[in-house]
Design a protein around this ligand. Structure first.
Ligand code: ARG
Length: 455
């Protein structure tokens, strides 16, 4: 039975009903819908809008429905228009008239705005926990490899020496910002739209603060039109998810590079790698690739929401039913990615010898060589030029700055002395980069401990 039968002479066309309905994807909010209804009924009873005893029966009935859904005794009717309709119809089937009073002073418009918020608030909390776990894994690994020298890159060209720990902590920074964004989104969505009605509030003397309090909200929404037509919280959640997915995707890209034979900086655990059906030697980083691929999906979800909302007049429009599939997909995607990604990173084998070998080639200590001359009094620009010429000479003669004899050095500048070898050693280069935020092992240690203490 449709909710709006009074004005209509016909049932909605069967296939059109499937098109119009949202039960396929909003039934996952059954628990939140019921919790919202319990709060609403409790408030209606307390305010005397409905009889106190009847409110109690409604709440008990709703709790019974929730228990039956959870035990499997009750199944959601796939023919129902949406979860709100289903729960109300079931309540009415169980209680008769009392069930019909639940929807007093409420519309599905404020109801769905409420359910969305309740559901996403929970999901943000879940993602928050998973990202926190990832940051902890990164900090612990960073501590293990705080002294593992590797080449840092710009333009994917070896640039300057860093430590693997420092590289991992760069991701810990990104994921901390993701945590902050999720927290921020969850906090801003934490206002209760109940009482907004369809769009224009209600004439019933509701205690909106009570409903808000019962549901753990910080406040109620302060404009009934905005209360039912705001989906900022969906967009903000999807934006936070999309940015986090971009971070995971960049990290995945590096993991994919690092486990190639060209790099071999890490090896993924067998439990997080796949093989080839034809090439017996292959070990593929499918999980990282899939995460990188799914970033596109999360970006798509955000785009869906932004473009769905951009032309909507106030207040509720049915377009907004599309909020759920997009934002749920975004949240599910990040959740699934993190579920595989966190243990993949946790179990990966790090190969510091290979990192060091790579760091030894590519003249990544050239800046330090120039700085050595600066230390002896040469202006940096001149030192830069001398070192550039040295590098060109080494390349032509298949030498490195470490293997170039001192007499050769001195042909380029008289300031070079025996201590140049110490100055350009990779460990000197890395250990000296103690500037706050720099890659020196002592910094990595401090930063990793600082971040761990925040988690
Ligand atoms: N299923 C709808 C949605 O998800 C619920 C709100 C329906 N309201 C309405 N006026 N048709 O948005």
């Amino acid at each position: 039975m449709k909710l709006w039968t009074g004005r209509f002479h016909k049932e909605l066309d069967k296939k059109t009903n499937d098109f119009n309905s949202s039960i396929r994807f909003d039934s996952r909010m059954a628990k939140e819908d019921i919790e919202g209804s319990i709060a609403h009924a409790t408030m209606l009873g307390a305010c005397g809008v409905i009889d106190q005893k009847e409110a109690e029966r409604i709440c008990a009935g709703l709790e019974g429905i929730l228990a039956d859904l959870e035990s499997g005794a009750l199944e959601i009717d796939p023919e129902a228009e949406d979860i709100h309709t289903f729960v109300e119809a079931e309540l009415t089937a169980r209680l008769g008239d009392a069930g019909k009073r639940l929807h007093t002073a409420r519309s599905r418009n404020d109801q769905v705005a409420l359910d969305d918020r309740l559901y996403l608030r929970k999901q943000c909390g879940m993602l928050y926990g998973q990202i926190k776990e990832l940051i902890e894994v990164l900090c612990k690994k960073a501590l293990d490899y705080k002294g593992a020298v590797m080449p840092g890159y710009t333009h994917l060209q070896r640039a300057q020496p860093i430590t693997f720990g420092h590289h991992l902590m760069a991701y810990a920074e990104m994921f901390q910002r993701d945590l902050a964004r999720l927290k921020d989104a969850a906090q801003r969505m934490n206002v209760c739209p109940l009482g907004s009605g369809a769009l224009a509030g209600t004439t019933y003397p509701l205690d909106r603060a009570m409903s808000a309090r019962l549901l753990g909200f910080d406040d109620y929404t302060h404009n009934s039109l905005d209360g039912v037509s705001d989906r900022d919280f969906c967009m903000e959640t999807a934006a936070a998810v999309a940015i986090a997915m971009v971070h995971l995707s960049r990290f995945s890209e590096e993991i994919i590079l690092w486990c190639s034979w060209e790099f071999k900086f890490i090896e993924l655990d067998d439990a997080f790698s796949t093989g080839s059906s034809i090439m017996p030697q292959k070990k593929n980083p499918d999980i990282a690739e899939l995460v990188r691929g799914k970033a596109g999906r999360a970006i798509g979800d955000l785009t869906t929401l932004l473009s769905m909302m951009k032309g909507l007049p106030l207040a509720y429009n049915k377009d907004m039913q599309e909020d759920k599939e997009a934002v749920f997909d975004a949240v599910d995607t990040l959740h699934m990615c993190l579920t595989a990604f966190v243990p993949m990173v946790d179990t990966m084998k790090v190969l510091p010898e290979n990192m060091r070998k790579a760091a030894a080639k590519g003249f990544i200590n050239a800046t330090d060589c120039a700085d050595y001359l600066v230390g002896k009094g040469l202006p940096f620009r001149d030192a830069y030029k001398v070192t550039g010429a040295l590098v060109a000479y080494c390349i032509d003669h298949d030498l490195t700055l470490e293997t170039l004899p001192l007499e050769e050095y001195q042909k380029f500048h008289a300031l070079f002395a025996e201590d140049v070898y110490q100055a350009i050693s990779l460990d000197t280069c890395v250990n000296g980069r103690k500037v706050p935020g720099g890659p020196a092992p002592e910094n990595v240690e401090k930063e990793a401990q600082r971040v761990l203490a925040l988690m």
